[in-house]
Design a protein around this ligand. Structure first.
Ligand code: CA
Length: 230
C-alpha cells in the first residue's frame, strides 16, 4: 500500500512516517496542501493521512479537490482538536475516517489497515496462480494453503508479478513499485529480492524466469501439472 502523509508538523510527520514504514507500507510525505496536490498528480496512492490545518492550502480544500478530480484514495483526516465541525465537513467532503490529535501511532496504523481492507476488498480480490494465492490487503501468500512468510518488499514484488502471471514485468516497473521518494531502490537489489522469492517458491511448482533485457516473469514450473507446454 502506498500512502501520502500530509502534515506540517515536522516531528509528527517523521513519527507518522516511521510508524507506517514499519508496517511495510510505501510512504511519501509532504508538508503543505499544494504539495499534496502535486504529489497526487504524479503518483497514485492507496491512502492519505491528511492533516486539516496546513500552510498554503488547508486539508479540507485538498480533500475537496481530490474528490472533484475523481481521486479515489482512502483519506484519513487528522484534526488538531476535538473539532466536530471539521469532522463533519471532512466526512461530507469524502474523508473515509478521522482521528483526533493526539493519537497513538498504533491507532493510526489500525485505522489505515481497516481502510485498506475495506478498499482492497472492493477493488482487489486475491491473486491466484496454480497453487499460489496472494491477498493484497493482508499481504499473505499461501502455497497449497501453507503460509509463506514474506518481507514487505518481497510482498510488493510478488504482488506485482502475480498481477501479470506468465507475462514479463519490466525491471523499471519493479523498481518504481519498490521505491519511495526517500529510499530509491537500485535495479541491482531487484535481483536480490527475486532470488529470495525464488528460494521461497522453490517447492511450490512456481518459478520466476529472467526475461533478458526486460525483467521477470512469474509462472508455473514446467513440472507443474497445470503448466501449458510452450
Ligand atoms: Ca497542522
Amino acid at each position: 500500500m502506498r500512502i501520502l502523509v500530509v502534515e506540517d508538523d515536522p516531528a509528527l510527520r517523521l513519527g507518522i512516517r516511521r510508524a507506517l514504514q514499519a508496517e511495510g507500507w510505501q510512504v511519501d510525505v509532504v508538508e503543505d496542501g499544494e504539495k499534496a496536490l502535486t504529489a497526487t498528480r504524479v503518483q497514485t496512492y492507496d491512502a492519505s493521512v491528511l492533516d486539516l490545518g496546513l500552510p498554503r492550502l488547508d486539508g479540507l480544500s485538498v480533500l475537496s479537490t481530490w474528490r472533484s478530480q475523481g481521486q479515489d484514495l482512502a483519506v484519513l483526516v487528522l484534526t488538531a482538536r476535538d473539532e466536530l465541525e471539521d469532522r463533519v465537513n471532512g466526512l461530507n467532503l469524502g474523508a473515509d475516517d478521522y482521528l483526533g490529535k493526539p493519537f497513538e501511532p498504533q491507532e493510526l496504523v489500525a485505522r489505515l489497515r481497516a481502510l485498506a481492507r475495506r478498499r482492497m476488498g472492493q477493488t482487489t480480490p486475491a491473486l491466484r496462480l496454480g497453487p499460489l494465492t496472494y491477498t493484497p490487503s493482508s499481504r499473505e501468500l499461501l502455497c497449497d494453503g501453507q503460509h509463506v512468510p514474506l518481507s514487505a518488499r518481497e510482498a510488493a514484488l510478488i504482488e506485482l508479478l502475480m498481477a501479470s502471471p506468465e507475462k514479463a514485468v519490466t525491471k523499471s516497473r519493479i523498481v518504481a513499485s519498490m521505491s519511495n521518494w526517500e529510499t530509491e531502490f537500485s535495479p541491482n537489489s531487484v535481483e536480490i529480492y527475486v532470488m529470495r522469492l525464488r528460494r521461497k517458491l522453490a517447492g511450490c511448482g512456481i518459478q520466476i524466469d529472467t526475461v533478458r533485457g526486460v525483467g521477470y516473469r512469474l509462472g508455473l514450473a514446467p513440472t507443474h501439472p497445470e503448466a501449458q507446454s510452450p
